[in-house]
Design a protein around this ligand. Sequence first.
Ligand code: ATP
Ligand code: MG
Length: 631
Amino acid sequence: MGAYADFHRRSIENRESFWTEEARRIHWHRPFDQVLDFSKPPFAKWFVGGQTNLCYNAIDRHLDARSDQTALVYISTETDTERRYSYRELHAAVNACAAVIQAQGVGRGDRVLIYMPMIPEAAFAMLACARLGAVHSVVFGGFAAASCATRIDDAKPKLLITADAGLRGGKAIHYKPLVDEAVSLSKHPPEKVLVINRGIDKDFSMVPGRDVDYAEALRQHGSTPVPVTWLESSEPSYILYTSGTTGKPKGVQRDTGGYAVALASSMEHIYCGKPGEAMFTTSDVGWVVGHSYIVYGPLIHGMTTILYEGLPIRPDAGIWWKIVQEQKVTVMFSSPTAARVLKKQDPAYLKKYNLSSLRHLFLAGEPLDEPTHRWIHDAIGKPVIDHYWQTETGWPILSLAPGIEKAKVKYGSPGFPVYGYDLKLLRESDATEAAPGEKGVLTIAPPLPPGCMTTVWGDDERFVNTYFRTFPKLMLYSTFDWGVRDAEGYTFILGRTDDVINVAGHRIGTREIEEAVQSHANIAEVAVVGVADSLKGQMPLAFAVVKDASKLDTEAGRKSQEKEIMDAVDHQLGAIARPQRVLFVNSLPKTRSGKLLRRSLQALAEGRDPGDLTTIEDPAALEQIRGVLKG
Ligand code: ATP
Ligand code: MG
């Protein structure tokens, strides 16, 4: 990996010249005076003095060369709709939306909370905020009223944008009443609520004086041209709260110029997309992946982005691949969870469509176990690139960068440190560098590269105290994830630093045990948690979903599967890591972004309250867990 190693080295050793070159990928209204201001570590300001705008880079800049090219395709299997917007049409739609938002008194620096289903208006609203220099805070549509209210109180938006309802598997989710409740719970309610009426909910109510009907506002203000507001590079573009897997969500604040440069650069070096081609990211605009790679990244790069409203297996498990074929997708981005869902379906669906346009499939968000990585790779016959990042970073930390060098894929590894990131894998005991094969905490030496969070919204101190205090003497950003590097420099993620089970003084990552369980041929999915044990401190407990459930039909069959799984763990990690029990379930409790609710599982197993479960994908999963724990 000579070429990539050189590229990475340059990004760290000649930081300023490296990023000056990358910064040419975007339009600057005014050139920057200084590449990096790192005078107040760990705070980094990129491209100081430069003026730019995310919306201009995503849309206006392309109008000369590609005004008739499709910019956005909205595909909904919920409403059976497909709508295409050329760059010209997208420009008009975003301008109109910006005019409506502006008419509500929103301007530069004001916050706008967006609580929306996966409809084009969600993207219009984000881009319109960017156009005005307003700071959007997209809250995943599906969070309960209370979660929405805490985010309102933190961001204090002037305006909230929502729709009457979302749809999931054919069922309506009524957003508007939920927003009404959130607003009434909040201490800093927004002055206005803009409602996009899709006509799904026939009888929601509008609050006079506060609520504004979008269609009506469009008729009134939509034709007013809205010029781009040029922002200084470090001015905030948006706030996005982390998933909250490990506690109170943090309001990640992102800048403008650094983010645009990081995305533009990643589109070329990592995702290998070409302007004019189509990118399909199966996430939601409510998550960071949706911000970076449904909305901003592909558009900044002049690609066609696909916004999909629907489930991955409805009408059948072939739907995503049908989209790849029909839209000639070259870059696809999904999650390990989705891959595991597909693994449980008939593999014929993956062979039914012509995937020849597709160059790579990228996956992120959760550990991708080796068997699933191998399976999806074989099933689609295309390179599947696992890459690792966080809401905080906004773009990948670990990945292969096929645009620089085609390194081989190693199953189970997200590859190498991405350029710009000075990664250190440190021993927890004394903060020295871990040797190859030795587990360490994955940290980043600041400055964090362009695109990463610049602070916690409204709380600089929390930014420093949360992320930079793991090793008191060193000011290093902690990812709070364990990693291990092999002799060739491939990094493997071993799970979160607080997901460690302490069995009689031996510290074992849950991910390590999960990998061992996954090696059993009949396992589709597994979650391992540590459960308090009076003798040993903690004991691992495994919850497993099998591929062939007929093997569990009899008590004897169940016992023999459990025994085989325990043997597999003994064999790979030693008896110390052997789960106390393996409990078989039909599905695991996950958030709608596909993150395993490991903390809730652990709480249930220890007889405690499972906590905030508002974004749970399938409440039945939890009920079954309660059942098997009793049984
Ligand atoms: P919170 O920080 O609020 O607890 P969260 O960490 O779940 O929430 P995200 O920022 O969405 O919120 O998730 C980032 C985390 O997801 C990473 O720190 C890592 O633990 C996990 N992750 C993401 N991608 C990968 C990957 N490719 N392999 C392994 N783990 C991954
Ligand atoms: Mg996190």
